[in-house]
Design a protein around this ligand. Structure first.
Ligand code: SF4
Ligand code: SF4
Length: 302
């Protein structure tokens, strides 16, 4: 048997998951371009067709000297990169148990249909597993508030680039390649903030690695944070009248029938107490004219 019949090493697998609008596809594109720069074969497959704002999106990226299949078998992702917390939990069984790395933004994006009760300010059926207990179980990886890091840099939408910075520390590719590919991929006007976000992600890993695991776990949100999210909430409904084109979508889709178009053909809330705060109207409005906030009701100070 000659050398040419030797089996090529198994491909490396990175699974990127999140929800529509977070930049899952951009992250996988950057990774695929970096792999190509190394002369590796790369295959990428994704599902995002149903991901109208907030729907699940995932992308499989496989790279190596030879890659046959574009999809990662269950239990074989070397890295699971979750841009939304519960999406990460949903895909955990795809991660390699022996040495897989879990990277997750602890940000929770609760889908409207998670609100099953029809009461004003009702609670959602979102996962109750807190970052501390999940990271304790997984053992290897990073859970961070990437969205806050990005927001502190002035652009919340750069959370995906913060996570790219973290991912760059988990893979063996030269950092200059990451910097160059990001510069070639993001729009010119967003270049500076993305550059800062990438470095912030890398710095976060450098700092975190120096902290013993037990200490790190203490800093993560635990069950007590979950209890806070189950506290009573008030609903704040805001509409930017100038952006509303009176398409009627929110009115037709509101499960509580508490919206209408007024005589100027602008949507308005007719019954604040009937609104559950489910955010279906916000997610479906094509013009981003509605904002629904769930604000915790603070206990009166004794
Ligand atoms: S979906 Fe948006 S644009 Fe359409 S009526 Fe409602 S608020 Fe206005
Ligand atoms: S107004 Fe919006 S947030 Fe309130 S119940 Fe209707 S769809 Fe849900």
């Amino acid at each position: 048997m000659d050398g040419s019949s030797e089996k090529a090493p198994a491909p490396r697998n990175v699974l990127i998951v999140g929800v529509g609008g977070q930049g899952v596809i951009l992250v996988s594109k950057v990774l695929a371009l970096i792999c190509q720069r190394q002369g590796l074969e790369v295959k990428q497959s994704e599902v995002h067709g149903m991901a109208k704002r907030g729907g699940g999106v995932f992308s499989h990226v496989r790279f190596g000297p030879k890659v046959w299949s574009p999809t990662i078998p269950q239990g074989e992702a070397d890295v699971l990169l979750a841009m939304e917390w519960s999406e990460g939990l949903r895909w955990l069984n795809h991660m390699r148990r022996d040495g897989g790395t879990f990277i997750a933004d602890t940000r929770r994006i609760i889908p409207p249909f998670a609100f099953r009760s029809r009461k004003h300010g009702s609670q959602s059926a979102y996962s109750s597993q807190a970052p501390r207990e999940v990271m304790e179980m997984v053992g290897s990886g990073y859970a961070l508030d990437a969205s806050k890091i990005a927001a502190d840099l002035g652009e919340k939408r750069a959370a995906n680039t913060v996570l790219l910075g973290v991912l760059s520390m988990a893979l063996e590719f030269p950092v200059e390649d990451w910097r160059e590919v990001i510069a070639e991929t993001v729009p010119a006007k967003a270049l500076e903030v993305n550059r800062l976000a990438f470095e912030a992600g890398r710095d976060w890993v450098e700092t975190t690695r120096a902290i013993p695991l037990a200490e790190r776990l203490k800093d993560l949100p635990g069950r007590e944070a979950e209890a806070e999210t189950l506290a009573p909430v008030d609903i704040r409904f805001e509409i930017t009248a100038e952006w509303c084109k009176g398409c009627d979508i929110c009115v037709k889709m509101c499960p509580e029938r508490c919206l209408r178009l007024n005589d100027r053909l602008v949507a308005e809330l007719t019954d604040a107490q009937a609104c559950t705060g489910c955010r279906i109207c916000e997610w479906l409005c094509p013009d981003f004219a509605i904002r629904v906030q769930r604000v915790p009701v603070l206990e009166p100070v004794a």
